[in-house]
Write a protein that binds this ligand. Structure first.
Ligand code: SF4
Ligand code: FES
Length: 243
């Protein structure tokens, strides 16, 4: 099967793309969900969570950082890829402290919603029980690094949208960790505000607005009402309408 100019095929469905678009952007625009945690429409991609890895012919690639190119035959929603995504999600759960019933982000957490989406029933791997630094210095914002999945979204949101450059990721591999770009390393000494995109973009409960925990009743939280597939497609449309 061949595809037309400026079209790709995902799981057998032919969809258009515009030059410069990534596979992720073309897929979401066409209503095809590719699982993702570190992609956010409108922000430059970082390609670090690996949830969006798809197969193109006989190679694998992260859809959020791979340009769409005419004729690509892409496999996305396959049992093998979804099993690999589930294993990544399980690793994220054990690498940090993601204790859903006691987390203020429960019901609004993308990691938790991804676990539901992929049919994850247990952690599978042994817990690390991280004890990373909590920064409660800011009057309005809490940073709990033990829940951070290093998705880099707050880094990009603060740098590229808020124009404040509050966060950075330091170290590599298992030593990688989120830092605050102030001489003290404390959020209180930054210009971060609750109205910043970086204050609300965290997909998990690592950055929280103080005094807001459990504000939305069970049944009305984001992922009580919609699946992560639906919110992922909706976020793309909303950001496009904002442009
Ligand atoms: S604090 Fe949240 S948004 Fe920032 S890198 Fe960690 S998980 Fe991602
Ligand atoms: S969404 Fe592509 S690597 Fe995270």
């Amino acid at each position: 099967m061949t595809t037309g100019p400026d079209t790709i095929r995902i799981d057998g469905e032919e969809i258009p793309f515009t030059p410069g678009q990534t596979i992720m952007d073309a897929a979401l625009a066409a209503g095809i969900y590719i699982p993702h945690l570190c992609h956010y429409p409108g922000l430059p991609p970082s390609g670090n969570c690996r949830l969006c890895v798809v197969e193109i012919g006989n190679r694998s690639a992260a859809a959020c950082i791979t340009a769409a190119a005419a004729g690509q035959e892409i496999r996305n929603n396959t049992p093998e890829l979804n099993e690999a995504r589930k294993a990544i999600t399980q690793m994220l759960f054990v690498e940090g402290n993601h204790i859903c019933p006691s987390c203020e982000k429960t019901g609004n957490c993308k990691l938790q919603a991804m676990a539901y989406h992929l049919g994850m029933l247990d952690d599978h791997f042994a817990q690390f029980y991280q004890r990373r630094e909590i920064d409660a210095s800011h009057p309005d914002i809490l940073l709990d690094r033990s829940r951070c999945i290093l998705c880099d979204l707050c880094v990009r949101a603060s740098r590229d949208v808020d124009q404040k450059n509050v966060f950075a990721i330091a170290g590599r591999g298992t030593n990688a960790h989120l830092i605050v770009n102030t001489p003290s390393g404390k959020l209180a000494d930054s210009t971060m505000a609750v109205t910043d995109l970086a204050a609300t973009i965290c997909p998990v409960g690592a950055i929280l607005i103080k005094g807001k925990g459990y504000e939305v009743p069970i049944g009305q939280r984001i992922y009580d009402r919609q699946t992560i597939r639906e919110t992922g497609l909706q976020e793309h449309v909303e950001r496009k309408n904002d442009d």
